[in-house]
Design a protein around this ligand. Structure first.
Ligand code: NAD
Ligand code: MG
Length: 400
């Protein structure tokens, strides 16, 4: 029996996860059709993708870019409709013509479209971890209420998903799971001491040893904020308390994460570090398809190492855990401050080690509230961004 053709919308299609998603889709034209593609400002890249995948709709951030794309597509005889703006992202995310939405926009900008897809009951392939960090309870409630299928694409969470029983809702202990072991490569700066970390440049921070990713997540990997965001993400996805998630530094990035059971079993998912594996898993679930990924050669890997993370040199992991324990809007504040600080660092306005300082200052200063509705979360996000801009100016000035 042949599977029904799935109709897929890729939010953030020009990014690292987005292009890997289209690569997997292109290998299975009999299984997948692209409904909509979206990008922020990368109009040339989006044009190239539209010429290949011929989606019904393409979305860009501003009308000027959208008009340009419309003109180019018309000239090429392609009938893709082009829209612009944040509301258009939510419209394509909830559009009844698609059954699957890959949420691969980076940062808080991805929250509303990812939530729109969850509320519309889609199969949501969630790469955009910031959406869940900001609105965990609300997002999981939306998934439950609409009957959406939420499949984690972040490689660690995808691994844990594969290591858990098929029906794992309702608390880990009910299923005999004692701990989730979240692996971290440790990033490119794992061996640097605190003094050296003060001088790290954006190019050094983005030179990830194992994964090729967008610049924001690359910096997050270097500060270990990525692992902090992932700890929060794991708590929401798997109904876990922060104490049930142990971060394990594993420099080879072959074990993508593990679940430890009461009987002493530890189940791991392994593979080459290639996002096409979790993407293909999400697209085909519960089946398996060829992802175009090289088979894992254990003789070449030869050894697997595991270490404790060093939270003294990489305080972002501690800050994220504390924000999750504080609850309410604290994770949204953490995320917002981090986004502002990372952008300033990439822009050479802030030192590497000051990213954590900005986040800590903002978390200390901002009043926390219960995250009961989207308006409260968005208001906390806005205030935290404004506060972070001020702290960046302060810490940036100290640096000169
Ligand atoms: P990226 O920077 O390579 O791509 C981001 C995409 O989002 C691009 O298509 C861009 O045009 C779009 N975008 C950016 N800002 C936008 C905005 N304000 N409005 C609308 N669209 C916008 O990022 P990435 O590395 O592909 O990461 C995407 C998400 O997936 C992030 O949340 C990241 O944490 C997560 N993730 C990525 C990887 C990876 O290997 N790259 C792994 C796990 C999780
Ligand atoms: Mg990850």
């Amino acid at each position: 029996m042949t599977a029904a053709v799935r109709c897929v919308t890729v939010l953030g299609s020009t990014g690292s996860v987005g292009t890997s998603t289209l690569d997997v889709i292109a290998h299975h034209p009999e299984r997948y059709r692209v409904h909509a593609l979206t990008a922020h400002t990368s109009r040339e890249a989006l044009l190239a993708q539209c010429l290949v995948h011929r989606p019904e709709v393409a979305v860009l951030a501003c009308e000027t870019d959208a008009a340009w794309l419309r003109g180019e597509l018309q000239a090429a005889g392609v009938t893709t409709g082009v829209a612009a703006g944040a509301e258009a992202l939510c419209e394509v995310a909830r559009d009844g013509a698609a059954d699957t939405v890959m949420a691969a926009i980076v940062g808080g900008a991805g929250l509303l479209p990812a939530l729109a897809a969850a509320r519309a009951g889609k199969r949501v392939l969630l790469a955009n971890k910031e959406a869940l960090v900001m609105s965990g309870a609300l997002f999981m409630d939306a998934v439950a209420a609409s009957g959406a299928t939420l499949l984690p694409i972040d490689s660690e969470h995808n691994a844990i998903y594969q290591c858990l029983p098929a029906k794992h809702r309702g608390g880990l202990s009910r299923h005999g799971v004692s701990q989730l072991l979240l692996t971290a490569s440790g990033g490119p700066l794992r061996h640097l001491d605190s003094a050296a970390l003060e001088r790290v440049t954006p190019a050094e921070a983005c030179a990830h040893p194992n994964w090729s990713m967008g610049r924001k997540i690359s910096v997050d990997s270097a500060t270990l904020m990525n692992k902090g965001l992932e700890l929060i993400e794991a708590c929401w996805l798997f109904d876990a308390a922060p104490e049930q998630v142990q971060v394990v530094v594993h420099p080879q990035s072959v074990v993508h994460s593990m679940a430890a059971y009461n009987d002493g079993s530890v189940i791991a998912q392994m593979g080459n570090p290639d996002m096409r594996t979790p993407i293909a898993y999400g697209l085909a679930w519960p089946e398996r398809i060829d992802a175009g990924v090289k088979p894992l050669d254990l003789f070449q890997v030869a050894r697997l190492d595991f270490e404790r993370p060093d939270e003294a040199r990489f305080p972002c992991l501690r800050l994220a855990r504390e924000a999750m324990l504080a609850g309410g809007t604290a994770p949204a504040v953490l995320n917002a401050a981090n986004e502002v600080a990372v952008e300033a660092f990439l822009d050479h306005r802030l030192g590497f080690a000051a990213i954590a300082r900005v986040v800590e200052d903002v978390l200390e200063d901002q009043p926390m509230a219960k995250a009961l509705d989207l308006e409260t979360i968005i208001a906390a996000d806005r205030r935290a961004r404004a506060a972070a801009v001020q702290r960046v100016t302060h810490h940036g000035a100290l640096r000169r």
